[in-house]
Write a protein that binds this ligand. Structure first.
Ligand SMILES: Nc1ncnc2c1ncn2[C@@H]1O[C@H](COP(=O)(O)OP(=O)(O)O)[C@@H](O)[C@H]1O
Ligand SMILES: [Mg+2]
Length: 564
């Protein structure tokens, strides 16, 4: 029988589907921040590009290679093939090098290894590291703890919604509180569980529920197996001397045996939820039954909850927030964390009021607070004396401008350290921080420009061409004329001037161009546009787009403007 003979949606389709989702879900289960660093395209390609870039500049950057290569444990077929190619070509090089001479190495790494290392523990500066001390978040952490302490008393804590811009310490604080809560619940033997889910990775209702169901199923299985183990040894003793049972809830051998059988049946009844394929309500009941199997309070932390709602609506939150009225033994409380202050506008009013019982805001850090945060981390991350005096204040000042983002501050500090390392110096200076700021900013621009829609790219390209021609006070009409010519050149649709004006405003909001409205007296108003990003690098990113790259020698279009 050929594949064609299969009924539609037969074995082959299912096979393909499940393979895909299983692959993605391996990412899920890593469950923490590391998932966030996944490159969006083929992981294998990105990794190799980065490695190439670093070796061509002759700079040592094992860490940046590793960082970008942080991959899910299981790669899809394509990227593992690429990886193998990479690996074998590396082996080939090594082989031919040693065939030329008998030297075991040419000292490529020796030079780089020598010299005082700057970092003592660079990992501490990475986003995946959860610090145990979080200066300037005491108030927020206390507020969360005051709400969650009910869980340790066996009551249901109010649901909490946490807001704040990126890098304001929401995830770090939530993880800190959850670790404390779990530790305390163990100490006092109160049944309380915290489940952390990063909704940027686990972004559909099915996946959220499946992940929760499977975690609780495993947890139940472990508890049951433990109890069966204990009861089996009791059973052994009771078989020789039944009187040992008098001090247990099981008065007789029969009752003890019945209990063991009951547990064994329960163990069998749990079925792991597959990563795809079940109807959602079946996944939901699996989760429901697994949680309610025994008495406990469960706090579900949904980090990046706005991403979940954006992608899959508010069904998950609706279902989770209504659970308590049906649960018999357990209680569920939700803690949502959002970067987007306005995301509740999209919620069903019932979900909104239930989820927002308590709201906690994480304000941006100011430069002084960022300084404290960096100082704490730097003590562990750097060798003593590696940082000159101005480094931390400057990193703090730059990041304070960037809406008080602690992640940016740490990135700056780490990148500055890496740049100093490449300079083969033993201390980090102000100049390294400025270079780091440029590098990070450029990386950001490249990423934003690379992912712009084609029409925006064309508008930006037109602006760049004008700017390169030395045109000052570029106005919308001028951009529009060049834009039209570019569109014709690559057979793209030509938008109206009004739409192009909107696209310019978007580019302005992204920080790529600066557009100011100027009044031309009785001739009305126009926008004066200038680039806010480096011309050559940005143009480089644009022409690396396959379609824009087809535009050959665009300069004459601009010339034509002056000839008219
Ligand atoms: N108060 C703080 N003290 C120490 N490190 C912090 C503090 N706030 C944030 N960080 C660090 O800054 C980075 C970003 O914080 P994170 O909690 O991920 O921000 P958010 O979740 O709000 O985007 C992380 O590396 C985190 O450890
Ligand atoms: Mg976060």
């Amino acid at each position: 029988m050929t594949d064609r003979d299969e009924p539609p949606g037969g074995r082959d389709d299912i096979g393909r589907d499940s393979r895909e989702i299983v692959g993605r879900d391996d990412v899920d289960q890593s469950g923490d921040d590391s998932g966030r660093t996944l490159p969006s395209g083929s992981t294998g390609c990105d990794g190799s590009e980065d490695a190439l870039e670093d070796s061509s500049t002759g700079q040592q950057s094992p860490d940046s290679v590793i960082e970008d290569g942080e991959r899910p444990p299981v790669l899809d077929d394509e990227s593992s093939v690429l990886e193998d190619d990479e690996r074998s070509s590396m082996l080939d090089d090594g082989g031919s090098a040693s065939a030329l001479g008998d030297e075991p190495s040419s000292g490529l790494f020796d030079d780089l290894l020598s010299g005082e290392p700057i970092f003592e523990n660079k990992e501490v500066l990475r986003p995946s590291y959860t610090p145990r001390k979080l200066p300037h978040r005491e108030e927020q952490i206390n507020n969360i703890a005051t709400i969650l302490v009910s869980a340790l008393r066996g009551d249901t804590p109010s649901n909490i919604l946490i807001y704040g811009k990126t890098g304001t310490g929401k995830t770090a604080s939530a993880k800190f509180v959850s670790e404390e809560l779990e530790a305390t619940s163990k100490k006092y033997a109160v049944p309380c569980d915290v489940q952390y889910i990063n909704c940027e990775v686990t972004d559909t209702q099915y996946r959220v529920l499946a992940q929760l169901a499977n975690t609780f199923i495993e947890d139940n299985e472990r508890a049951i197996e433990r109890e069966i183990g204990e009861l089996s040894s009791l059973l052994e003793r009771a078989e020789t001397d039944e009187s040992v049972l008098s001090e247990t809830p099981y008065g007789s051998l029969e009752r003890l045996e019945a209990r063991v059988e009951e547990l064994e049946n329960a163990l069998e009844s749990f079925e792991e939820v597959p990563m795809t394929g079940w109807p959602t309500d079946r996944v939901y009941s699996s989760f429901f039954e697994a949680v309610d199997y025994r008495e406990r309070v469960v706090v579900i932390m949904l980090d990046e909850i706005d991403k979940l709602v954006e992608k899959s609506g508010d069904d998950t939150l609706y279902n989770l927030s209504r659970m308590n009225s049906d649960l018999e033994r357990s209680r569920v409380s939700i803690m949502g964390i959002s970067n987007d202050l306005k995301f509740t506008e999209f919620l069903d009013p019932r979900v909104k009021s239930s989820l927002g019982e308590e709201e906690i805001v994480f304000p941006p850090y100011d430069a002084n607070q960022l300084r404290d945060i960096l100082t704490h981390r730097a003590e562990i991350a750097f060798e003593e004396g590696a940082l000159t005096e101005d480094v931390i204040p400057l990193c703090a000042a730059f990041a304070a401008q960037e809406h008080g983002d602690a992640r940016r501050a740490l990135d700056l500090l780490r990148t500055a350290g890496e740049l100093a390392e490449r300079d083969s110096t033993d201390h980090v200076e102000e100049g390294h921080v400025r270079q780091a700021q440029e590098k990070i900013e450029l990386d950001r621009v490249v990423e934003v420009v690379r992912t712009l829609p084609q029409q925006s790219k064309l508008v930006l390209f037109a602006t760049i061409l004008l700017e390169k021609q030395g045109v000052h006070n570029i106005n919308t009409g001028e951009v529009y004329n060049i834009y039209k010519r570019l569109c014709n050149e690559i057979d793209a649709d030509v938008l109206t001037q009004r739409r192009v004006t909107d696209l310019i405003s978007e580019l302005d909001m992204l920080g790529i161009v600066n557009a100011v409205v100027v009044s031309k007296g009785r001739y009305g108003r126009t926008k004066e546009i200038s680039l806010s990003v480096p011309v050559d690098e940005t143009e480089g990113v644009l022409v690396s787009d396959s379609r824009l790259g087809d535009i050959e020698d665009a300069q004459p279009f601009v010339q034509a403007r002056f000839d008219n």
